[in-house]
Design a protein around this ligand. Structure first.
Ligand code: NAD
Length: 338
């Protein structure tokens, strides 16, 4: 016998799920110390999302599904993003990616085979880099999407991030966004060394990257094996025309001297995306940085603009993730870096 839930039961369930997600967000984004695997977080998030889709009038004003997860710590100066730094919706399985492709076609009232820019989903921390007259003047974390942390001094220690852009097509003001992550060989060496010295190892590369970027002493950040790959533009002054394809913009960013992930590729349609996903999944364990899936973006900026955004994510992109890895790094009697 199936029992249907009444409004008050649904509200109670929504509150309980939201409370759990608020707690997990705090542990993950503020403490850099998650207590559940990402797969568990994603499961609870989707349970709440499903309840909300079935009962849109009951969505809580502060529901974690309606906003970007992090927050800016007040030990850093705060930076208000001129263009919000959003999250991404995600697809866990092939039918969900196919549904995404259909959704965007339905919205555009079309039946086209889109060109997609396929990128590895780098498992680090989103960072915004603001260049004025070609000089790096500010670096910030995503924070809650609207306000991030000023981490300029720390970011300046990352060797692959240029302090000055090169070339003659650099806009007077340009914000490049991308992911700061830990190189895996450096992460392993750091932890081996930490254990040998009796000091604290890092829980995992993502937490290690987040902790390294949020040091109050940038000399410590300078010792960490951090890398950076650019994946988009934020604010751009309009005296220089930018290409009208996402991938061409990435190539332009690369010409200015910023690193681009070598695995990024443009493909045609759903078949092309499924091929990229399978290839990169096979390659995953050979890469020197951690990835937890792919990010698939409509390549044409005009179509991106037509599709626009929902509260916390663009409609023209999706994180098509790899199957969940349930395990958490658990080392008994070891205290970790935070
Ligand atoms: P997300 O990680 O699903 O996607 C958005 C982020 O992807 C961007 O901010 C950017 O940093 C990153 N990214 C990597 N490669 C990219 C590329 N090529 N192009 C664009 N963006 C790229 O969303 P989120 O809001 O950052 O985090 C949510 C996820 O974090 C959850 O799905 C969960 O896996 C994890 N999480 C875990 C816990 C926990 O307690 N274990 C808590 C909160 C969040």
């Amino acid at each position: 016998m199936t029992t249907s839930l009444n409004t008050s039961d649904i509200q109670t369930q929504m509150h309980q799920l939201a409370e759990r997600l608020h707690k997990y967000n705090h542990e993950y984004y503020v403490m850099d110390n998650p207590t559940v695997p990402d797969a568990e977080y994603d499961r609870v998030f989707r349970e709440l999302q499903a309840l909300e889709q079935a009962n849109p009038s009951l969505i809580l004003a502060d529901s974690p599904t309606q906003k970007v997860g992090g927050m800016a710590l007040d030990k850093f100066e705060q930076v208000t993003h001129e263009v919000p730094m959003l999250s991404l919706d995600n697809a866990m399985e092939e039918p969900e990616f196919i549904a995404f492709n259909k959704r965007i076609n339905d919205r555009l009232k079309s039946d086209q085979e889109f060109e997609f820019c396929c990128e590895p989903k780098l498992d680090g921390l989103a960072v915004s880099l603001l260049y004025v007259d070609g000089i790096l003047v500010q670096a910030a974390t995503r924070g809650d999407g609207a306000v991030g942390e000023n981490i300029t001094a720390n970011v300046k220690t990352i060797k692959s991030i240029p302090l000055r852009l090169i070339g003659d097509s650099v806009p007077a003001r340009v914000e490049v966004r991308g992911e700061v992550f830990l190189w895996l060989d450096g992460f392993k060496a750091f932890n081996e060394n930490a254990l040998a010295q009796g000091s604290k190892p890092m829980v995992n590369p993502r937490n290690g990257a987040a902790g390294s970027l949020r040091q109050l002493d940038s000399k410590i950040t300078a010792t960490r094996p951090l890398g950076f790959y650019a994946y988009s533009l934020g604010v751009v002054s309009d005296e220089v025309e930018m290409p009208d394809q996402h991938f061409a913009r990435l190539e332009q960013i690369n010409k200015w001297g910023l690193p681009l992930c070598p695995e990024v590729k443009v493909v045609k349609g759903v078949e092309g995306v499924l091929g990229f996903y399978a290839d990169i999944q096979k390659k995953r364990n050979t890469l020197n940085y951690e990835i937890d899936g792919t990010v698939i973006k409509v390549n044409d900026i005009g179509i991106q603009d037509q599709l626009g955004f929902v509260a916390r994510a663009p409609r023209w992109a999706i994180a098509y993730k790899f199957p969940a890895q349930e395990e958490m790094t658990v080392l008994r009697d070891v205290e970790f870096q935070v």
